[in-house]
Write a protein that binds this ligand. Structure first.
Ligand code: SAH
Ligand code: SF4
Length: 360
């Protein structure tokens, strides 16, 4: 039965699998190099393996691939790839060009269960986790079209809610026999799932981005239901102890929403919150989408927030809304989730829906 997809294995797992077949463990390195460095997708072409071994592998396993069904190109050069998965669901990845240092934003779930009130992906709820292969295959497919320098887990989904497969995928991304990214060039972004954050820190060395988005518990409880389970103090403590690659900083993401969290007082509280955590800040002006009740901030409040942080010697970047014309900007990914209705969204002064399974 060909139910084993080699792309779901880290190199250690492949070694274990091959050992079970009575094969030498160094064969795992050879297979990884064929797949991830030479883009070979059939065992037939792996000419440094014996014919019998290749036939045995082909009988027991397969090598999955993804090809984009649609590629949209933004006026600013951002490219959005829509991938159709075997079960018919769809995910999106976004390639953001930057003077030869392209960043690929990958998805980790179909939809998301976290219910953040400002996020289009979240408004569809969670359909399912992506497999490790489905995550890695986004990179393999886009790499055919452009060189990728950085990988960010900032597409659809909450990566830490799919911890095992995200860790597997990160291991393949940074594996010297795999996709060969430096761990300094891979960033996992989270809404703040604290136990999973600590677990990830123990198991793999990778950059961390935390979507802060609010500076008081009252405000964050409303915008990001996960805060009711893991409030700001616990989140900031977890950030302080997170083991990063050497000399790296945590990235705090802050979506600026008009008249919600974009005041000077918010900026002042923000600086106090991240005080003493080696960090840099990404300000993301809220990207509007059809049916959303929030508004993007005015340029004056973006500038005011940005300069206040700068004045406090914080490294801050205001992320321009790359790809907004093709709905590829932050929070605009939906993967054309078919047959799914958006959960009805309540306004800020009522409770947002919470997935209680997730918050248990
Ligand atoms: N689930 C993870 C990663 C995916 S979301 C997380 O929340 O961190 C990636 C980023 O997009 C997050 O920082 C999130 O706050 C931001 N975002 C979501 N919706 C947005 C919107 N409509 N406009 C701007 N940024 C948004
Ligand atoms: Fe999920 Fe992140 Fe969107 Fe929140 S912001 S709903 S965690 S994808």
């Amino acid at each position: 039965m060909k139910n084993v997809d080699i792309k779901n294995f880290t190199i250690e797992e492949l070694e274990g699998f091959l050992q079970g077949l009575g094969k030498e463990t160094y064969r795992a390195k050879q297979i990884f190099k064929w797949i991830y460095q030479k883009d070979v997708n059939s065992f037939e072409e792996m000419t440094n393996l014996s014919r019998d071994f290749r036939e045995d592998l082909a009988a027991r396993t397969w090598i999955s691939t993804l090809a984009p069904e649609v590629v949209e190109v933004s006026a600013d050069g951002t490219r959005k790839f829509l991938f159709r998965l075997a079960d018919g669901s769809a995910i999106e990845s976004v390639l953001i060009p930057d003077e030869g240092r392209n960043t690929l934003c990958v998805s980790s779930q179909v939809g998301c269960a976290m219910g953040c009130g400002f996020c289009l992906t979240g408004s569809f709820g969670l359909q399912r986790n992506l497999s490790c292969a489905e995550i890695v295959n986004q990179v393999c497919a886009v790499r055919q079209t452009a060189e990728i320098r950085n990988i960010v887990f900032m597409g659809m989904g909450e990566p830490l809610a799919n911890l095992e497969n995200v860790i597997r995928a990160v291991k393949i991304l940074i594996c010297p026999d795999g996709l060969q990214f430096s761990n300094r060039r891979v960033t996992v972004s989270t809404a703040g799932l604290l136990p999973e954050m600590a677990l990830m820190g123990k198991r793999v060395t990778v950059n961390l981005a935390v979507s802060l988005n609010a500076t008081t518990d009252a405000q964050r409880d409303q915008l990001m239901p996960i805060n009711r389970k893991y409030p700001l103090k616990a989140l900031m403590d977890a950030c302080r102890t997170f083991p990063l690659p050497s000399r790296r900083m945590i990235t705090f993401e802050y979506v600026l929403i008009k008249d919600v969290n974009d005041s000077l007082d918010d900026a002042k509280r923000f600086v106090k919150l991240i005080h003493e955590i080696p960090s840099k800040v990404n300000l993301i002006p809220f990207n509007e989408y059809e049916g959303c009740s929030f508004k993007g901030p005015g340029q004056d409040s973006i500038d005011r927030f940005h300069s206040y942080l700068l004045g406090k010697h914080i490294t801050v970047i205001t992320r321009s809304s790359r790809g907004a014309d093709i709905s590829a900007a932050c929070g605009q990914l939906r993967g054309k989730i078919e047959g799914q209705k958006r959960a009805s969204r309540e306004s800020l002064d009522t409770d947002l829906p919470i997935d209680h399974n997730l918050l248990r």
